[in-house]
Design a protein around this ligand. Structure first.
Ligand code: XIL
Length: 375
C-alpha cells in the first residue's frame, strides 16, 4: 500500500514542485524575509502604471520602493509657490497598495535643486536665516504631507567631499556646517516617527568614511535625530572590495546607526573616470571602447556579475543586524541611469533583470546567497 502511494503521489508532488520552480522563481523579498527589505527605485512610468511589465516585477520581487526622481526638489517644487504632487501622491499610493516600505529621496541636496532656492527675487544670494526658513518650509511641506506614510527620508544627500571634508555647496556656504543638523531637526519635527538618513556615495573609501564618522559622531553628540546612513552603492566589479564593505558596515554599526544600501547597481562597463564617483554632473564623451556590449553581455561577464552580487550580499547578510534595507537603483537594465551616466548612450547591465524583464544569472546568485552569510 505504502509503496503504491509513494509511486503515484511522490512523482506528482515532484512534478508540481518542479513546475513551481520553473514558472515562478523565488522572489528577492521572500528570500531575504527576516534579514532586510529589498527595494527598487521606481520611475514615473512605473508609478503611473504605464510600465505594466515593470510593475509586475516590482510587485512580485520587492517590498520597498524609492522614488528615482519624483520627490527631488526640482520635480516636486519647481517654483517658489508651486508644488506638484501629482506623481509623488501616486508613488506613495503605489507603495501603500502593496504594503511596501516607502522611502523619500531626498530633501536637501546640491543637485536637482532649482537655482531660485538660493536667491531672492532680485537674484541675490539669500542670507542664512532666509535660506533656513526656505529649507524648513520645504521639509515641513514634504515630510508633513506624507507623515506616517513615507517611513524613511534621505534628509541630506552627498554633503561630503572625497577627502572627508564638508562639500562647499550653497547650503553649506550660506547657512554653515549646521545646515545638516537643522535639516534633520526640521524633518523630525514634521514626522517624529520617520527614519532619517544621511545618504552618500564612496563612504567605503577610508578618507570619506572618516569624514562621515566624524560628522555623525558630532550630530549624535548634539542630539540630532539621525537614525541611519545610506550607502548609495553605485559599485563596479572591483570596487568596493568585500573588506571595504565589511569595514564600512562595522564602522557605522559602532555608531549605533542602521545602514541602508540605498542605490545599488554594479557597473560592468569600462570605467570612464579615473576615480569611482556617483557625481551626477559628470558627463563623458562616448566612444566604442567605452561601450563594448551593445549586442549583449558575454556569458563570462554575466558570471562575473553574478559572483560579484553574491559576494556583496554575503557581506550584507553578515551585517543583517545593522543593514535594514537593500535597494536597487532601477528594476531592469533598460531602466538604469547607468545607460546615460557617466557616459551618454551606453548599453549597461548593472541590475538583476535584463532588458526583456527576465531574471539574469545575477538574480539567481542573489537568491542563492540568501541564508549563506559570509563568515
Ligand atoms: C539619478 C537618477 O537615477 C537619474 O535619472 C537622474 O537623471 C540623476 O539622478 N545619486 C543619487 C540619485 O542620490 O538621486 C541619483 O539618481 C544617482 C546618484
Amino acid at each position: 500500500m505504502l509503496v503504491q502511494v509513494r509511486s503515484t503521489v511522490l512523482p506528482a508532488l515532484l512534478a508540481i514542485g518542479f513546475a513551481a520552480t520553473a514558472q515562478a522563481p523565488a522572489s528577492l523579498k521572500d528570500a531575504y524575509q527576516g534579514d532586510f527589505v529589498i527595494g527598487a527605485a521606481i520611475n514615473a512610468a512605473q508609478i503611473t502604471g504605464e510600465d505594466v511589465r515593470g510593475d509586475a516585477i516590482i510587485k512580485a520581487q520587492f517590498n520597498s520602493i524609492s522614488p528615482e526622481n519624483c520627490l527631488k526638489w526640482e520635480s516636486v517644487h519647481p517654483q517658489p509657490d508651486e508644488y506638484d504632487f501629482t506623481i509623488p501622491d501616486q508613488y506613495v499610493a503605489f507603495g501603500e497598495k502593496s504594503h511596501m516600505f516607502i522611502v523619500g529621496h531626498n530633501l536637501v541636496w546640491h543637485n536637482q535643486v532649482p537655482a531660485w532656492v538660493f536667491r531672492d527675487d532680485k537674484g541675490n544670494l539669500l542670507d542664512r536665516d532666509a535660506l533656513l526658513a526656505r529649507m524648513r518650509d520645504h521639509i515641513h511641506t514634504m515630510v508633513g504631507r506624507y507623515k506616517g506614510r513615507i517611513q524613511s527620508w534621505d534628509v541630506v544627500n552627498e554633503a561630503l567631499n572625497e577627502d572627508g571634508t564638508m562639500r562647499q555647496s550653497l547650503w553649506e556656504k550660506i547657512i554653515g556646517d549646521d545646515y545638516i543638523a537643522k535639516a534633520f531637526q526640521y524633518a523630525h519635527e514634521a514626522d517624529p516617527q520617520a527614519q532619517l538618513t544621511y545618504n552618500d556615495y564612496n563612504l567605503e573609501n577610508e578618507a570619506k568614511r572618516s569624514g562621515a564618522i566624524a560628522l555623525i559622531t558630532k550630530l549624535k553628540g548634539e542630539g540630532v535625530p539621525i537614525t541611519s546612513v545610506g550607502l548609495q552603492g553605485h559599485d563596479s566589479l572591483t570596487w568596493p572590495t568585500v573588506d571595504q564593505m565589511d569595514a564600512t558596515l562595522s564602522a557605522f554599526a559602532k555608531l549605533g546607526m542602521k545602514v541602508a544600501i540605498s542605490e545599488l547597481d554594479v557597473d560592468v562597463l569600462p570605467p570612464a573616470t579615473r576615480q569611482a564617483t556617483a557625481d551626477v554632473t559628470v558627463s563623458i564623451q562616448q566612444n566604442a571602447a567605452l561601450n563594448p556590449y551593445v549586442n549583449g553581455l558575454p556569458d563570462s561577464v554575466q558570471q562575473q556579475l553574478a559572483k560579484r552580487y553574491a559576494d556583496l550580499f554575503g557581506v550584507f547578510l553578515k551585517h543583517r543586524d545593522v543593514v535594514n534595507r537593500v535597494t536597487f537603483w532601477g528594476v531592469t537594465d533598460g531602466d538604469s541611469w547607468r545607460n546615460d551616466w557617466p557616459v551618454r548612450g551606453r548599453t549597461s547591465y548593472p541590475l538583476l533583470f535584463d532588458r526583456a524583464g527576465q531574471p539574469k544569472p545575477a538574480f539567481d546568485a542573489v537568491i542563492r546567497a540568501a541564508g549563506q552569510p559570509a563568515s
